[in-house]
Design a protein around this ligand. Sequence first.
Ligand SMILES: Nc1nc2c(c(=O)[nH]1)N[C@H]1C(S)=C(S)[C@@H](COP(=O)(O)O)O[C@H]1N2
Ligand SMILES: [Mo]
Length: 408
Amino acid sequence: MDSKSDRRRFLQQTAALAGVAAGAGLAAKSGPANAQGNNVHAEPPRRGARYRIDHMTHYTPLHEYNGIITPSRLHFMQQHSSEYPEIEEARHTLKIFGLVDRPLSFSVADLKRLPSVSRVHFLECHGNSSPAIHGEGDENMGLPIQYIHGMTSCSEWTGVPMSVLLREAGVKTAGTWLVNEGDDAGKFSHTLPTAKAIEDCFVAYGQNGDPLRIEQGYPIRLIVPGWEAPFSVKYLRAIKVVDQPYNAWNESMNHSVARPDLGNKARWYHFAFGPKSVITRPSAGMEMRRGYNQITGLAWSGGGKITKVEITTDGKNWRQAKIQEPVHTKAHTRFTFDWEWTGQEAMLVSRSTDETGELQPTLAEMSKYHGISMAEWRSKEKPRSIHTNWQQPWKVNKDGSISDAMFA
Ligand SMILES: Nc1nc2c(c(=O)[nH]1)N[C@H]1C(S)=C(S)[C@@H](COP(=O)(O)O)O[C@H]1N2
Ligand SMILES: [Mo]
């Protein structure tokens, strides 16, 4: 990988460096408190206090479906509260206010009357593929790919472009940032640069032809293509146009990771995901049979379309995989590769390249990017890390069993 362009991208993806109070690490360990209550920009957790984090997660079984659209019922789910909000669609509104000429309020029916788009995009949690999940003694260790990489899914979303809504409201020149707020118990909120909103974001009410599932934000959610999923606020109810990033609780405290190599400062923002891919079949926990075996998996990138996927079966030599059409931008892309398994040990890895020319990094390259040493990755107490797109190796053993060789 070109380290210069990597560095550039890194800087682009990172809007701010910020000092983080000792409490952040604490909160991170025990998870986010839903204790945000109704105050979106609640005070940061106090040192020494105990935080309880209400959190629900469902993982997508990536190895159990075909093509590029995740069946809606299998879409992953990350909810920062202990229950789903019960929203009556007929009474729900989306308000746009702040630095605008005309503050507006839309009912869901109003939104459905406006010009719409249907687009295929992936969503991926910033915590997907986290090192902790591979950890020895981790309750998820040895479980299938679902629990390692299953916090990403891909759907056809239908909704109204943000460019339409923001034009209606008339954003003032100073309105360079948005604070988007959800209607769930914690009033989950996230900042977004106005420029990105206008470029390709939309307020979705449809998921694969149906209304959004309640897990995905019924009746409406924001879709921020290619960027880590916390930007895509569910149960969207308010867009406040502001002149600077607000760093709502989840982004500044819960989703930031203190970095020893940065003097315990944290990167508050990680925007687009770089090129990523994973072999979904065969993968950890499955049994290999001798003879012909199709290797298949998914590749995606926040940088645009996937242009190339390569596979190695010996951990060294790379050959090109077939890419299945259609290829959508910022969407899961299906690849396949013909293979004969002769009964020998094998190391199966995929790596993708996107239309910007960026190549999916190895663990060693990511290690530099995260400022974490290989020894730390391999230690029992894995460092907390987010926004990872390293290559995933699966080891095929002589007896046909397959294991996760990520930190082996
Ligand atoms: N209102 C609201 N929006 C939210 C969240 C939330 O808890 N509440 N979680 C965020 C996070 S961290 C992720 S990874 C994605 C998950 O989207 P999904 O549950 O539809 O898969 O939603 C984001 N938007
Ligand atoms: Mo997330």
